[in-house]
Structure formats: structure tokens, C-alpha cells
Design a protein around this ligand. Structure first.
Ligand code: FE2
Ligand code: FE2
Length: 208
């Protein structure tokens, strides 16, 4: 990526202005995890860094402004009821915003930002890295299944993604919250890619 250090400084300045301290710390945890995963799975580390830094950049943007961005893109067309899922908006709006404000970013970086909360079927490697780094970064408060998710993600990315999706869906059920179609689709897609020896871990998660 051209002029990475200049771009990183520019993004950091934006994040200092737009994010609360706790969110900035989380973002840096996602960045270091994403870089480690990029090294592990042979992905460009600078792309992983930039996607991680920008993944939550729209977190505190007013909802109406976020919806304006989202309605300019394919998510807005495909899911006209997207406003019913307030926790997902920041990923979709950040992707649209970053595509306009950082035209030098690749489609892979933009998609990694766009699908970091929901996941989707057929994710590229960078998408899977940002999706899982967001979940397993070192600043996350300990919760059941976190250690399993960390180990699995570094051992086998698809199995890690499947485990995280399964835990996310279990959490949503527990909270009586609806599961977004893309997340359900993603789980249906990745659960078939789990090697047999992972089944035990996933069954344990089911029992939580
Ligand atoms: Fe997020
Ligand atoms: Fe995040």
C-alpha cells in the first residue's frame, strides 16, 4: 500500500477526534491482532492494519447520517429494513464512508470493514481476519468461549470464524435479539468447513 505511514497517521488523527478512549483502545487491539493474523495467513499486513483501524470509525456518527451513507450502497438496497438493526449500522456506514474518503483502499479493505460485525458467506481472508480480530482482540472482557475462539482462529481461520459465528448466534438468542440474515448465512456456510476435530469445541459452546 502506497504511503502507508502517512495514511496511518491521518487515520489515527481521525480516530482521536471521533472515538472514545475505550473504543480507540479496542481499535488498536484489533489492529495488532489483525496484523498477527495477516502474518499467520499470508495477507498484506498494511491492509490488515488499515482495515482494523477504520472498522469502528463510524461508531459514534449520528444514526441518520449513518443511514444516509448506507442507503448509497448495496446494503441499503438489499436490506431496506436495516434501520431495525442499530448495532450493525456502524460497519455498513463506515464502509461507504471509507470508500469515498479513502479512494486508495482496496475492495478487500472496504469489504472487511463492511462485514466486520455480521460476517457473510464466502468471505475473503482479510474479511475473516477483521471479523475474528474484532472478537478476540486482547482488550475484550473475558467471556465464555473467548479463549477457544482465540486458539481456534490462529490454528484454522475458517474454523475460528465458524466458532465465533456460533457463539454470536447463541448470544443473540440468549439476549432475545434477532439474528441478521448475513450472519445466519455466514454460519450456514462456515459450519460445513469446520474440520471434524473442531466439532467437540463447537458442541461445548452449544451447551453454554
Ligand atoms: Fe464494530
Ligand atoms: Fe470493533
Amino acid at each position: 500500500m502506497k504511503e502507508y505511514s502517512e495514511l496511518r497517521s491521518e487515520i489515527m488523527e481521525r480516530l482521536h477526534n471521533d472515538l472514545k478512549d475505550k473504543r480507540l483502545l479496542h481499535t488498536l487491539g484489533v489492529e495488532s491482532t489483525a496484523i498477527a493474523l495477516a502474518r499467520r495467513y499470508g495477507v498484506d499486513e498494511q491492509e490488515a492494519s488499515v482495515a482494523a483501524l477504520l472498522h469502528d470509525c463510524a461508531k459514534y456518527m449520528p444514526v441518520e447520517e449513518q443511514l444516509k451513507w448506507i442507503r448509497q450502497g448495496e446494503i441499503g438496497t438489499r436490506f431496506p429494513d436495516i434501520d431495525q438493526y442499530p448495532k450493525l449500522l456502524h460497519a455498513f456506514s463506515a464502509a461507504e464512508l471509507c470508500a469515498v474518503e479513502y479512494p486508495q483502499l482496496s475492495d478487500q479493505v472496504i469489504d472487511a470493514i463492511r462485514y466486520h460485525t455480521t460476517g457473510r458467506s464466502h468471505m475473503g481472508t482479510l474479511e475473516k481476519i477483521i471479523f475474528s480480530a474484532d472478537y478476540i482482540e486482547p482488550g475484550r472482557v473475558q467471556f465464555s468461549g473467548l479463549q477457544e475462539a482465540r486458539e481456534r482462529t490462529f490454528a484454522d481461520l475458517d474454523a475460528g470464524v465458524a466458532l465465533i459465528l456460533k457463539q454470536t448466534i447463541a448470544y443473540l438468542e440468549q439476549q432475545d435479539q434477532p439474528c441478521f440474515a448475513l450472519t445466519q448465512e455466514a454460519y450456514e456456510f462456515y459450519k460445513d468447513q469446520i474440520p471434524e476435530e473442531s466439532t467437540i469445541i463447537l458442541e461445548n459452546v452449544l451447551e453454554l
